[in-house]
Design a protein around this ligand. Structure first.
Ligand code: ZN
Ligand code: ZN
Length: 578
């Protein structure tokens, strides 16, 4: 049986009960194909009479008292509810495993749109709207649109649908293997606590990607002195399945569908194993090349570095091999910490697509001990996000003036997340742009573009004298959308030349700019700004995830704009305005 290549990759495609390879060609399977055909025709806006006939065929096939692949071919056409056209397609499925009509629709539908069919609460008509009208092509983008309240605003959706869709996507994604750091974080610490308590006389240390604060986590890893049989006994009792074990390594899958891996070692090898497993492959290879001779049982990681004559490299920096050479001269202590964030820069109020009033947001900042708030609602082109017209900007500025009077010495700054238009220009005239304290510029529309196009838009915005901060540099959404291609060095060089700050968007799904490009920005003296892009007060706390990435990029607090005190920030703006 020939299976078209793209079919195996989407779980929706599989008959719900069995993986594809061992699925029998039963009536359920055949019915699934017709129901998928009907759905895809609806998504593509085909004649609804025709699509309806295929979904009825699916219904009838499921109810048949005989298995279609077991009866004589001729007899299929005379069965109740199966006419000529459906009958021919049934034979095609029996012969080839699928039908041409369906293959054609699958080919012209983006994979992410196909995947939406797995989400409860949105049928083909709504998926068509999401894809064609909102230009959303993946579950990650759709989820993000929900968190930005964009789905609820769209006609025919509403708050309740949005909530259902959001829950359904979260559930679906949880079952997909890779996770955002922020999604697994509390689970990781919870399990860690349980393990430490259960095996209190033993060492139990986080290692691997989680210890490195990686933005994506495929499994949680520990180095421990607990033996393999002890671990097996404990996890089996708690309904974890054992996936693999070899020698002193065991891998379990938990009820949450997350993988947990353990490296069991005697206590005198603990430090070596911890160092080895918490280094990236590239880092470790480079290290071993240089310091293989220094290998011996170490008491702690500090000893490993000092015996090699290298300054201590914290786990989160054990990624890129170049750091080893740098650490011979440079120290990596005293990097930015979550408590070094002094302000919320980049936030949305209920004037655009945020949930809270500006006053509530300001008061929440005050409560957290922050010194100022930068309100940067969407600009007018972002109509889906209720972007501000010139008139509403004036009203908002008056309102902010009033609040500033009332909330002294706290200060709210007037800003806007100004769309970078297709030609690289900004969304308002210079007269309007001049009324803001600072301007954050971002690309939100037509993000499917070539590097050349992306660069001309980015450089256009960076050159604009009104741009203070370049927002989410590539518009990527982790685990769901790669972001437009860009020449990072050229962007950083331009920001250096035009005195523009680069945002490190702290939303765990963005974390954009990528930490891998931060060292070059710092080398060039370009400031970064850790911003939560908050759409409600609770999202102020997202700053922490930006800080974790900034640490991976080697940022010190004086290199981060949102760590400036109010006085320093005002001085910075005054200098920029000149
Ligand atoms: Zn944005
Ligand atoms: Zn934003």
């Amino acid at each position: 049986m020939k299976v078209p290549k793209q079919f195996g990759t989407f779980s929706f495609w599989l008959p719900s009960r069995l993986p594809f390879a061992i699925a029998p060609m039963d009536n359920y399977y055949i019915a699934d194909q017709f129901s998928m055909l009907a759905k895809l025709m609806d998504i593509h806006g085909e004649n609804s009479f025709k699509s309806k006939s295929y979904s009825i065929a699916a219904f009838n096939i499921e109810k048949l008292p005989v298995q279609l692949h077991e009866i004589e071919r001729e007899k299929i056409f005379s069965l109740k509810g199966i006419g000529d056209s459906v009958g021919k397609k049934v034979l095609e499925i029996i012969d080839r495993g699928t039908m041409k009509a369906l293959e054609d629709y699958v080919t012209k539908t983006p994979p992410g749109v196909l995947e939406m069919l797995n989400i409860k609460g949105i049928g083909p008509k709504k998926i068509a709207q999401i894809w064609k009208e909102m230009e959303i092509e993946s579950l990650g983008e759709l989820l993000y649109a929900c968190t930005e309240n964009r789905l609820a605003r769209f006609k025919g959706f509403g708050e309740k649908t949005q909530k259902n869709v959001q829950d359904a996507i979260t559930f679906y994604m949880k079952n997909q293997g890779s996770h955002l750091y922020a999604e697994v974080e509390s689970y990781a610490w919870e399990i860690n606590k349980i393990l430490k308590k259960k095996f209190e006389k033993h060492a139990m240390e986080f290692t691997g990607a989680f210890r490195r604060q990686s933005e994506i986590i495929d499994k949680l890893e520990w180095v421990t002195t607990v033996t393999v049989p002890e671990l097996k006994e404990f996890f089996q009792k708690n309904n974890f399945t054992e996936e693999e074990s070899g020698g002193f390594t065991t891998l379990f899958r938990g009820p949450e569908n997350l993988l947990l891996e353990f490296y069991s070692v005697p206590s005198d090898q603990l430090t070596d194993k911890l160092f080895e497993t918490s280094s990236s492959e590239a880092f470790l290879t480079e290290w071993n090349k240089n310091f293989a001779a220094t290998k011996k049982p170490f008491r702690n990681e500090e000893e490993i570095f000092s015996s090699a004559g290298v300054n201590y490299i914290p786990p989160f920096l054990r990624e890129q091999p170049e750091i080893i050479k740098k650490a011979k001269q440079q120290t990596y202590t005293g990097l930015i910490q979550p408590e070094d964030i002094k302000a919320i820069i980049h936030s949305h109020s209920n004037w655009s697509d945020g949930s809270n009033t500006i006053e509530d947001m300001a008061r929440a900042c005050i409560k957290k001990g922050l010194e100022y708030l930068v309100i940067s609602d969407h600009s007018k082109s972002a109509f889906y996000a209720n972007g501000l017209t010139e008139e509403r900007i004036r009203e908002q500025h008056d309102y902010i003036d009033e609040l500033n009077e009332k909330l002294k010495p706290f200060k709210i700054f007037k800003s806007i997340e100004c769309d970078i238009l297709n030609d690289g220009s900004l969304d308002y005239s210079n007269d309007v742009l001049a009324t803001f304290d600072l301007i954050l510029t971002s690309i939100h529309s037509n993000i499917k573009m070539s590097e050349e196009k992306a660069m001309s838009r980015l450089l256009g915005a960076i050159k604009n004298p009104y741009t203070t901060i370049l927002g989410h540099m590539t518009a990527r959404l982790l685990l769901s959308r790669p972001g437009y291609p860009a020449d990072h060095k050229a962007v950083i060089d331009a920001c250096h030349k035009h005195n523009v700050v680069i945002e490190l968007n702290a939303n765990p799904r963005r974390l954009d700019m990528d930490w891998r490009h931060i060292p070059y920005a710092l080398e060039k003296g370009v400031m970064i700004s850790i911003d939560p892009d908050a759409h409600e007060v609770s999202e102020f706390d997202l700053c922490k995830y930006g800080v974790l990435m900034a640490q991976k990029g080697g940022v010190r607090k004086e290199q981060n704009l949102s760590s400036f005190t109010l006085k320093e920030f005002e001085a910075f703006l005054a200098k920029k305005k000149k």
